[in-house]
Ligand binder design. Sequence first.
Ligand SMILES: Cc1cc2nc3c(=O)[nH]c(=O)nc-3n(C[C@H](O)[C@H](O)[C@H](O)COP(=O)(O)OP(=O)(O)OC[C@H]3O[C@@H](n4cnc5c(N)ncnc54)[C@H](O)[C@@H]3O)c2cc1C
Length: 591
Amino acid sequence: MQYQAPANDLGFLLFDVLGVDKLHELEKYADATPDLISAVIEEAGKLASEVIQPTNQIGDRQGCQYNPETHEVTTPDGFKEAYAKFVEGGWTALDAPLEYGGQGLPHTLKFVVDEMMCSTNLSLGMYPGLTHGAISALHSHGSDELKDTYLEKLISGEWTGTMCLTEPQCGTDLGMIRTKATPNDDGSYAIEGTKIWITGGEHDLVDNIVHLVLAKLPGAPDTTKGISLFVVPKVLPDTGERNPAFCGGLEHKMGIKGSATCVMNFEGAKGWLVGEPNDGMRAMFTMMNEARLMVGMQGLGLAEMAYQESLDFARERLQSRSLSGKKNPDGPADPIIVHPDVRRMLMRQKVLNEGMRALALFTGQKLDLAVAHPDEAVREASDDIVQLLTPVVKAFLTDEGYNNANIGLQVLGGSGFTTDWPLEQLVRDGRIARIYEGTNGIQAMDLVGRKLGLKGGQLVRTLFGELTGYLKDNPEAPHREELKGAMKALESTTMWIGTNAPKDPEQAGAAATPYLRLMALTVIAYLWSRMAGVAQAQLDKGEGNTPLLEGKLISARFFFEKLLPEIDMLQKDIETGKDSMMAYGDDHWAA
Ligand SMILES: Cc1cc2nc3c(=O)[nH]c(=O)nc-3n(C[C@H](O)[C@H](O)[C@H](O)COP(=O)(O)OP(=O)(O)OC[C@H]3O[C@@H](n4cnc5c(N)ncnc54)[C@H](O)[C@@H]3O)c2cc1C
């Protein structure tokens, strides 16, 4: 079926609930008028369904091809043309800095476009996706010379970027990298080493690929404190010479087959330092934080596509009769959408997807306020929330995005398991998002081990401040008591971790994953309360799209009744601590 961008839900969220249309009142985002936001939604939706989606299945079937003679990689049929249209439409430049040819629009709009790209071809979306991270890292940490050399072409989409961290012996623990950077006489460095699983490391969409590579300078400490970041182009921009940074082969994977996942051999390739020596992780984190938010949108995008497919199927497929009497008396059976168990699956998909979209766009809006608001206090509070929620968006949206794609497959029954339907591809494609950009377990560790303690606990206090402020200002907030219950659970578990983790860090490690889920569900509860409040107010005034608004009220009720109660279990999981998890000795595992 053809993808339909969730334009109505986006309009409701961006304009009516979050007030993203007000961003144009800030000087930096003066161009982001409501009309422009609507145009972005409409045009990106068209591009996604008409240009990007037709390349998705063929990308999966063909995959990328590697030529060992030339070290070149060919992308699947149609990718080059679709990427060219993406570039032509200016989508690579959407929220990129104006001074290098970007459009300087709010990041929230980039989130919107990311979701649509990922719904319709996740593999293709990754080429510009990683480029965007490279742009941010260079813009924030590169010298003026590096910025002048690379940014315009990356922003225009004429070149793409990569992020080269992983090596055979290390993925999570980057302190162990072995790639070396030796100073050359001309101020550049000779980069030597092998990186693996590099997305877009080599391909035929563009003529030049700009690698951002983590490497160690001579004598650097053997930890993450000894890592530096280098920009290593495939083709040297000044001379046009081919730099010895070659693809040594492609990974064979269960999904995202149209995305080239490359072994990259750096054989004395020329590179230039980005930022300060031994400070590469800081620069790379600029790129990773951004990429984490984008990967969160991958989870949501796939889940949205899976929902649309499964809804369509559930309305068509005739099996059995409704438990409350025939709904399709002229047919041999009723459509499966009448069955409570099928509706349970569809409701979970729809309600969680809309909640996750709200969480992502709420975070996107905070990102925009953090960079553009004139009041320093607002900027700081917004940044607190972005920092806190970045791992939450990455992990929760990819976990639940994957689960929702899987639930979508279940709605289709045996058809979902066959390659005649797109669900199995969505499930295969979605699995990686829980792993790369730091596994979801590592996201949870980042939240509990780093973010909770930052600024003396200020980040989580800022979040609580926003939630309690909402309840104070809205005494009639829908589902108020359930939201208060979730906030209490979050507060109690935050204090439990604050008390127990300093004495025993393994307690933080054991609590991390359930705590991240608890925080995600609590913030989504806050947003469902807000969405229901706006929907009710509009219905009372007789404004808006009635089925959408009524649906929001029902969906909010489903969320609070059927999904939010998971927090009780999560709280118990956290507050019973690590003991039963850590008590096994070596002889217990296989006994
Ligand atoms: C398709 C694909 C594309 C990729 N693209 C890129 C790319 O463009 N650039 C790049 O640099 N890399 C890329 N990667 C690599 C990816 O980022 C890593 O696979 C990921 O970070 C995990 O590292 P690992 O696979 O080595 O797992 P490991 O680090 O070996 O981890 C294995 C398991 O142990 C857990 N674990 C490890 N350490 C801890 C800890 N301290 N506490 C708790 N749990 C822990 C992990 O959560 C995981 O479950 C890609 C990988 C794939 C498969």
